[in-house]
Ligand binder design. Sequence first.
Ligand code: 0X9
Ligand code: ZN
Length: 419
Amino acid sequence: MHKMLPLLLTTLLACYRQTEGSYQYLAGHQIWKLGGKESALPGQLMADGLLDILDHSRKLQQVRVAPHHIDRVSELLQKDGISYEILVDDLASHVEGIENSERRRRDVSGNHQTCTESHCPEPLTDVYMRFDQMEWYLKQLNETHYPNVSLSSIGKSHENRDIWLLHIKSNKPDARAIWIEGGIHARERISPAVAFGLISKLATGDGAKYNDFDFFLAPMANPDGYEYTFTGDRMWRKNRRANSHQRSNCYGVDLNRNWDFKFGVGASNYPCSEVYMGPSPFSEPETKALKDAMLERNGSLLMLFSLHSYGQDLLYPWGWTSQEEAENKDELVRVGQAFAEGAREIHNHDYDVVNSAGGLYYASGATDDWAYSETSARYAYTLELRDKGERGFLLTSEAIKPSIEEVWNGFQKILQNIG
Ligand code: 0X9
Ligand code: ZN
């Protein structure tokens, strides 16, 4: 071997790691925990693109503030009587520390969990899968379990990735359908990880006993955004629409504000906002694909279960207002409590069953309210997965397995309680 080769390889590897592990775009971004009185101001500042609400549970209220907005946001919050405490003063180094250990974990895990093009028998549970690995797994599952499961592409994302829908079939002709959506918010990596865990349980494990139901799973609703969290911005939330013809050069639409129900009531029309609703309802190929596929099953749809993070809350409608109650609220709470009890049995983690819009955080144009209002689904839940703000979206992959275990147990309680 040429004597310079090892040096060259080491240098190349170092450059590669540096590029992959550089989070300079987050330099000076801070995470604050808000306190003081409850106020509508943070929601307004989010709509104006001045801050990024990280959790939507009233107990936690963590927000991210970009360096060029720190002075202004601080002043506005203080004027409104809201206090804040800095939890992370430089998100770049914070993310780098966590993601580097994740990367080391990924390197090691290659040894005992395989998911390559030719062979992906199980969803990975010790690392977060990349989109191509998800596809390999779904295709292999489809090949080995057809006709009991069937996989179809229901549309393409802006960047031409497939939106996959997996149908796990009931043996009853008039079965009611359960719809599970994952990954609509890019940075919430635990969401698709749990969706894939549920697929594996339902299609190949204990799930056979729930054969009375038809299951439809769209485990990765926002593939462009998800991939962008690995290649561009770890904190990315929206899809990757280029908004250049709008009032800005900012990218992305919040897909959980783009559904056509009370469109715009609790969302933003400013493309740089993290909760930008898009130019019109269902303007996005991802939401349009999902709703068309849901409407095809309308009449048999019984439940919508949308996976998000974080906060450990099970949310029920309505999310667009707290002035109106869901017509079967007591039933939604009863079944929701069954979930929470089931989840707690496994690792003693609490999930609170709460109304989506309780307090001052309204959000409209979300999957849950749309499904509850516009389809036959009488149950519609958004599950905010782990954790309670310790790691937030940067939840490390050790949490995948226990999250799947507790959600699977809670989910089974739901199946045993609905009808
Ligand atoms: O704001 C959201 O879209 C969800 N929270 S998250 O932190 N994952 O972004 C909550 C949506 C709850 N549903 C409605 N408000 N309709
Ligand atoms: Zn979310």
